[in-house]
Design a protein. Structure first.
Length: 271
């Protein structure tokens, strides 16, 4: 499968979305049906790697989501071991690259346009820039071949994210902007978004108390979403919530209704 890389700002209109795992344990077919019943048009999938049963489900999940009436915006691939992309050990680095290349192949197999990944996990100690850039070069070669966009999610090391975006000014490498990560880990929140807005591919949006990454619905914490809306500027891609209920005993229907209202507010502000 070959084709042009698709980015959120170029190919998709602004729509409210929510990630498929929203913190309430119910079977996946019921989960995507409830997401669509709440009004959402779009979802994203965690691309499980560690647990065999969930790993098998992931290859059914895109079709189940589409059968429920949802578009799959992206897969979010595991970040455990992503520091090996920067490792001095050739074998570790090769294995990490191979995993990401395989996941890009999964995107192509299931016609999912975007793979979200972390450039680094935690503080990313002992990274070696040349090795990381070589690893990303190999990942992007696969992405270009399959017509998939790789979106790097901001975590703790925006310097490494900037390094990769600067080194690879290509349409199949973009930014997945997580506003809560930015508020928690950057001394100047929103600077990354303003600096990299032209590379914005998709979003992870949630609220928090600025102490931990709680993944609350916008409006339930202290973050300023009017300022975020202004910083997003002309971005017209999916506004995808990455949220869970404050009370894990809450029923899914009222939680999803509140989440949809918050996501819809983000989209309607653009109209």
């Amino acid at each position: 499968m070959r084709g042009p890389a698709l980015t959120g700002s170029e190919s998709r209109r602004a729509r409210p979305g929510i990630f498929a795992w929203f913190g309430i344990p119910i079977p996946f077919p019921d989960r995507v049906r409830l997401i669509r019943d709440a009004g959402f048009e779009v979802t994203s999938l965690w691309w499980e790697e560690r647990h065999p049963e969930a790993r098998r489900l992931r290859h059914r999940a895109p079709d189940l989501a589409r059968e429920a009436g949802l578009e799959v915006d992206h897969i979010h691939v595991p970040y455990r071991g992503c520091n090996d992309l920067w490792s001095a050990h050739d074998g570790d680095r090769a294995e990490a690259v191979a995993r990401h290349v395989r996941w890009i192949g999964d995107c192509a197999r299931h016609a999912i346009p975007v793979m979200v990944m972390h450039a680094v996990s935690g503080r990313g100690n002992q990274v070696r820039h040349a090795h990381g850039l070589d690893s990303m070069s190999r990942i992007l070669e696969a992405a270009a071949h399959h017509g998939v966009t790789v979106a790097l999610e901001n975590t703790r090391r925006n310097d490494l994210l900037d390094l990769m975006l600067d080194h690879f000014p290509v349409p199949h490498l973009g930014l997945c902007y997580d506003n809560a990560h930015d508020a928690l880990h950057d001394a100047t929140p929103l600077a990354l978004l303003l600096r990299r807005r032209e590379r914005l591919t998709t979003t992870h949006i949630s609220d928090c108390d600025r102490k931990r990454d709680q993944h609350w619905i916008p409006g339930e914490g202290v973050l300023d979403f009017d300022v975020l809306q202004e910083a997003l500027g002309t971005y017209r891609g999916t506004r995808l919530l990455e949220v869970v209920p404050k009370d894990r005993a809450e029923a899914p229907e009222p939680f999803l209704r509140r989440a949809y209202a918050a996501a819809l507010g983000q989209v309607e502000a653009l109209l």
